[in-house]
Design a binder for this molecule. Structure first.
Ligand code: ADP
Ligand code: MG
Length: 158
């Protein structure tokens, strides 16, 4: 089985495709971080755990301790239209209210399961509704002891 899939990398600037407008900012991982995802072929929505380092790219501690614990996440895996749909992209929405952006911070994630394929939305409301469902599904799965235990995985012990 492909899971768990371990991902790590500095949070990159995306194309600002409206994640924040939808109330769903997604922290993008760089291309170099994505080879582990090649063990799964489906694009769509995944879930798991993520942790953001409190230190920025200059090594200064700018996030609080509550912002840098292991948190539940949903991740969208897709193909980037800017690269003629040949380049995979992984964007992680962390279910936590951060006080600020964290571009450049190291982020670690453990992907534990697949929720659904990507759909073409005709309405913004439909998309937002589905994201809310994804979050509930993710939280429900992550609460199972076998999934919860990954919070303590050595991958997060940096
Ligand atoms: P971009 O196109 O640059 O990825 P987004 O609108 O998707 O823009 O916003 C993503 C950024 O928002 C992240 O890189 C991160 O710095 C910040 N952010 C704030 N809160 C969250 C969160 N809960 N989950 C993910 N990113 C967040
Ligand atoms: Mg994003």
């Amino acid at each position: 089985p492909p899971f768990p899939i371990l991902l790590s990398g500095p949070v990159q600037k995306g194309f600002g495709r409206g994640g924040k407008d939808l109330g769903c900012p997604t922290a993008n991982l760089p291309d170099e971080s994505l080879p582990p995802m090649s063990t799964v072929t489906q694009t769509g929505v995944y879930y798991g755990w993520a942790r953001v380092s409190p230190h920025n790219a200059e090594g200064k501690k700018v996030l609080s301790d509550v912002d840098s614990v292991v948190l539940p996440m949903v991740m969208s895996l897709g193909y980037n239209p800017f690269y003629h749909n040949q380049q995979l992209t992984a964007e992680i929405h962390i279910m936590h209210d951060f006080g600020s952006d964290f571009y450049g911070h190291a982020m670690d994630a453990i992907v534990l399961g697949y929720i659904r394929p990507e759909l073409d939305y005709t309405s913004r409301e439909g998309l937002i509704e589905d994201i809310e469902t994804d979050k509930r599904v993710a939280l429900k799965s992550l609460a199972r002891p076998d999934y919860e235990s990954y919070k303590n995985d050595p991958h997060f012990m940096l």
